[in-house]
Design a protein. Structure first.
Length: 389
């Protein structure tokens, strides 16, 4: 049914209190503040499609219910909060720099834990020996991903995932409505400004509770990934003072067109009008800032060299197993025969991580100037990308 035959009041952006009542949740004050800021921004700045209006109610109520599940579990079992999340490994890098491929390969190591897509919809531990093929939750989420790919053609070509694939941390922090995930699917500059002012510490306090819930009282070696971590490093180090980092580097000029196109693909199901030039300007400004933050991160005295490893995209993609062996050696972790065999099987089954080769996305489509970008990213490129040329 076309949007134009839907009455103006139908599926209007609901209030925070309406969603909270629908979910039967009692969120924290910080979570409510984030939800209210996000809803106000969407209402004022995003022209939602019918799917965008319907999905908002379902998605936000789900997030509230899931967050309540985590909080209830911690209240029922206070020992969960005492379970250590020891020295988690965070994968950093600009988008489209091989971080998802690296995350997927490291998820093959049976000694590693990663958040999975289905666990964002149905929060629950993933036990050892878990078989996703016969799990109803996994089947349900795969159907949801199939539907989204139908609504956003090309999504899986650019981001080949399924229900049991590793998921990004921005999906965890979205449960308390303090996540840059919403900026990918909606036009929300007002919310973005609110989040920049509010900061990310509350989000990562919840993030730790979520991981403690998933590991269910056991020890775990977490491997976590999200390009948006670049903007949340203070919060990460506050909550995880022993965190370790792998930073992948790739020439930004080679990826910004793809980043802008992916944003366009992600927004298409949710919004009526999409301005390619506005997306281009947003992506360029945001990741110029991100590149500069990575430069600053390299100089932090509170994160010694032993806790971070820089790697170029070209090194990783040329020989993934050798590159991963270097990561394990740097952090003094055993790279077992079982891990190597599982990763090797993944590489053979899905070379390049399942990503299809395609012609480069034209920067001009998004009104981006190559000379201007080269100037903006010059310090980052000179520091990290020159050897790859």
């Amino acid at each position: 049914m076309a949007d134009k035959v839907i009455p103006d009041g139908a599926f209007a952006v609901p209030s925070a209190q309406t969603l909270i009542r629908t979910a039967g949740a009692t969120p924290t004050a910080d979570s409510v503040a984030g939800l209210e800021a996000l809803l106000a921004s969407i209402k004022a700045e995003s022209e939602l499609s019918l799917f965008g209006r319907v999905s908002l109610r379902w998605d936000f109520a789900r997030l509230l219910r899931n967050a309540q599940t985590i909080e209830d579990a911690h209240r029922a079992n206070p020992a969960l909060g005492a379970t250590p999340v020891k020295a988690p490994l965070f994968i950093l890098g600009l988008p489209r720099s091989g971080t998802s491929f690296l995350h997927a390969l490291m998820a093959e190591d049976p000694d590693n834990q990663v958040p999975r897509n289905w666990q964002m919809i149905y929060p629950a531990p993933r036990p050892a020996g878990f078989n996703p093929a016969g799990d109803k939750r996994v089947i349900s989420v795969d159907k949801q991903l199939d539907l989204f790919n139908d609504l956003a053609p090309g999504f899986r070509d650019m981001h080949p995932i399924h229900a049991d694939s590793p998921q990004e941390c921005s999906e965890i922090t979205s449960h308390v409505f303090q996540s840059l995930r919403f900026d990918s699917t909606h036009r929300v500059p007002g919310y973005f400004d609110w989040l920049e002012t509010h900061g990310h510490r509350d989000a990562f306090v919840f993030h730790k509770k979520f991981l403690q819930f998933l590991q269910n009282g056991t020890s775990a070696r977490w491997v976590l990934k999200c390009p948006d971590h670049t903007f949340t490093l203070d919060a990460i180090l506050d909550v995880y003072p022993d965190a370790r980092f792998v930073i992948l580097h790739r020439d930004p000029i080679a990826v910004l067109g793809s980043v802008a196109h992916l944003t366009q693909v992600l927004r298409k199901p949710f919004l009526r009008n999409i301005d390619a030039g506005e997306i281009g300007a947003q992506v360029a400004a945001r990741w110029t800032q991100g590149a500069n933050l990575l430069l600053e991160f390299d100089q932090r005295a509170d994160v010694p060299a032993a806790r971070k490893l820089h790697m170029q995209y070209e090194e990783f993609t040329a020989d993934p197993l050798t590159a991963i062996e270097r990561i394990y050696a740097h952090f003094d972790e055993p790279f077992t025969a079982a891990a190597r065999a599982a990763m090797d099987g993944k590489i053979k089954a899905k070379p390049r991580g399942g990503y299809r080769r395609h012609a480069p996305y034209r920067l001009e489509t998004f009104k981006l100037s190559v000379p201007a970008l080269q100037t903006a990213f010059l310090p980052y490129v000179q520091t990290y990308c020159q050897a790859a040329r």
